[in-house]
Design a protein around this ligand. Structure first.
Ligand SMILES: [Zn+2]
Length: 147
């Protein structure tokens, strides 16, 4: 259990996939209980060491057997949102910039940008990610950029 407690403290008892609190006192056998997720795509910068993260038992990818899904907030007005986890992993490998969503107006785009950066600060704290908002086609395009 000491491993689980250390990883829980490292992630402030927040599930790295769904971003909700994990109760350290719930049984590890319950769906909402704490577990250690070691999804293989999450690596430290140089080398292939797995980074272990805290996840609810029901969110755990079971060592990569299922793809991690990071949900967008339902409070945001976004059109054509890209899957967050996959986009971040592509940027982690290749760098550059990717369009991650479109928003009907600039205010929505700012809200989505703020939410996304906050979410990513917990999902991928080791990456320097920033957002760019630009008008295009009567909408506002939200792009995510590494560096
Ligand atoms: Zn979760």
């Amino acid at each position: 259990m000491s491993d689980l407690n250390a990883i829980g403290d490292q992630d402030n008892w927040i599930c790295w996939l769904c971003d909700q609190k994990v109760d350290p006192d719930i049984s590890v056998n319950s769906d909402l209980g704490p577990s250690v997720d070691s999804y293989g795509a999450v690596r430290v910068k140089k080398g292939a060491d797995f980074v272990e993260r805290l996840a609810h038992r029901q969110c755990n990818t079971m060592k990569g057997k299922i793809s991690p899904v990071v949900p967008w907030s339902k409070d945001l007005l976004v059109v054509d949102p890209s899957p967050i986890f996959e986009t971040v992993e592509r940027l982690r490998k290749k760098g550059g910039r990717e369009i991650i969503a479109r928003c009907p107006d600039e205010n929505d785009a700012n809200q989505a940008s703020e939410w996304l950066l906050d979410r990513l600060s917990r999902l991928a704290p080791e990456l320097k990610l920033s957002t760019q908002i630009s008008p295009g086609g009567g909408q506002y395009v939200l792009a995510l950029k590494l560096g």
